[in-house]
Design a protein around this ligand. Structure first.
Ligand code: PLP
Length: 377
């Protein structure tokens, strides 16, 4: 059996241990310290943005983003349906109600039309506007942020970008995560960079970043005894994990570039398979990091995504279904949904191909040749 090709394998640069050893030498084995400060500084430089707060997970970043936008019990929050559950669950943590909207077919992300219909209809039904909008840059592809931000401005509803999969992606020359009021990043094991687990919230200014830090460290007021005026969280990144992050920032450019190369190679090799279409940037203004390269398999091929997944797996190649939309999830079966069947139809026809930056060209060629065999049936 040939070695397994994973969907997205952690890719270490080699420099990570130095930071961890430093932390051990100084006993900085706590959720603050020099590695956390350095990791934030490196992220800020990379993103071209200030006020980045390192947190324990991307999910924690999304949660604190909602807290900062004042989302409370009884509020409604509009969220892209086609995403991972962690985009929407923090809405529930706040006791608020998620309103799901469909995707559009250029980016597979939030449809600006469905977004505006949802806003207008919710106002009609509840008498007030939703409190926040969560677009997701799925698989690294930037959402149509110009349109979404114009709607956000028109109705005065702020945007929390879920950029968990989009570290390094660019939209009109700006990094994803820096376009909305807040932006959430993830450094989980299979994302663009890993800190084993971790995330960050990109904040609009110093005072909001300070407030996020306050919430992330149990919301302790500055008094000599423990005194709390609001409910806090234990969401700060550990100094050990941040050390891994510092090392990862040394190699981030190469790793993002490698994902794009892998995508380009797929693009070239899949060209002559008419039953398969690879998700591409819709124009030069969109620059995906291609966290995962995804395909749509034409149903006329007679091959379903599940059949392809199983056959690839038998050849020791890991692939994955596209995200099952939130409005099709049992936990969200009662949530209102606006739009058509774009997300659902992508889910029914799509597949994520192995895309990790550890992959060789030969790995990509192996994936494509197995895929070709499967489609020959
Ligand atoms: C991974 C991911 C998250 C959550 O990030 P964690 O660091 O795993 O908590 C949120 N949204 C999307 C779209 C993700 O892919």
């Amino acid at each position: 059996m040939k070695p397994r090709i994973f969907l997205s394998y952690p890719h270490l640069g080699g420099g990570e241990m130095k930071w961890i050893e430093e932390a051990f030498k100084e006993s900085w084995v706590v959720p603050l310290g020099p590695n956390v400060d350095e990791f934030e500084a490196r992220l800020e430089k990379y993103l071209g943005a200030n006020n980045v707060v390192a947190l324990s997970a991307g999910t924690a970043a999304l949660h604190l983003g909602l807290v900062m936008l004042g989302v409370e019990a009884g509020d409604e929050v509009i969220c892209q349906s086609f995403t991972f559950s962690a985009s929407a669950n923090p809405v529930k943590y706040q006791g608020a109600k998620p309103i799901f909207v469909d995707s559009e077919s250029d980016t597979w992300n939030m449809s600006p039309d469905a977004l505006e219909s949802a806003i207008i209809d919710r106002k009609k039904i509840t008498g007030k506007y939703p409190k926040a909008i969560i677009p997701v840059h799925l698989y690294g592809m930037p959402s149509k942020m110009n349109e979404i931000l114009a709607i956000s401005k028109k109705y005065n509803i702020r945007v929390l970008e879920d950029a968990a999969e989009a570290l390094g992606s660019e939209y009109y020359g700006k990094k994803c995560g820096t376009l909305g009021t807040y932006g959430a990043l993830s450094f989980n094991g299979n994302k663009i960079i890993t800190t084993s687990g971790g995330g960050a919230l990109i904040c609009p200014d110093k005072s909001s970043a300070d407030r996020v830090l306050f919430y992330a460290t149990q919301a302790r007021e500055s008094r000599p005894y423990y005194y709390h005026e609001v409910v806090g969280y234990n969401y700060r990144l550990s100094n050990i994990s941040a050390g891994i992050g510092c090392g990862q920032m040394d190699v981030i450019n190469e790793h993002v570039e490698r994902r794009r190369e892998i995508h380009n190679l797929y693009s070239e090799l899949l060209k002559d398979i008419p039953q398969v279409s690879l998700k591409e940037n819709p124009s030069d203004s969109f620059k995906s990091n291609f966290w995962l390269s995804c395909i749509i398999i034409d149903p006329s091929s007679g091959v379903t995504p599940e059949e392809a997944r199983q056959k690839m797996n038998a050849e020791n190649i890991e692939t994955r279904w596209l995200w099952r939309p939130m409005h099709m999830q049992p936990i969200y079966k009662d949530a209102p949904y606006y739009g058509g069947d774009v997300a659902e139809s992508l889910f029914n026809k799509g597949l994520c191909l192995p895309s990790g930056s550890t992959m060789t060209d030969a790995d990509v060629e192996r994936v494509v040749s197995v895929l070709k065999e499967i489609l020959k049936k």
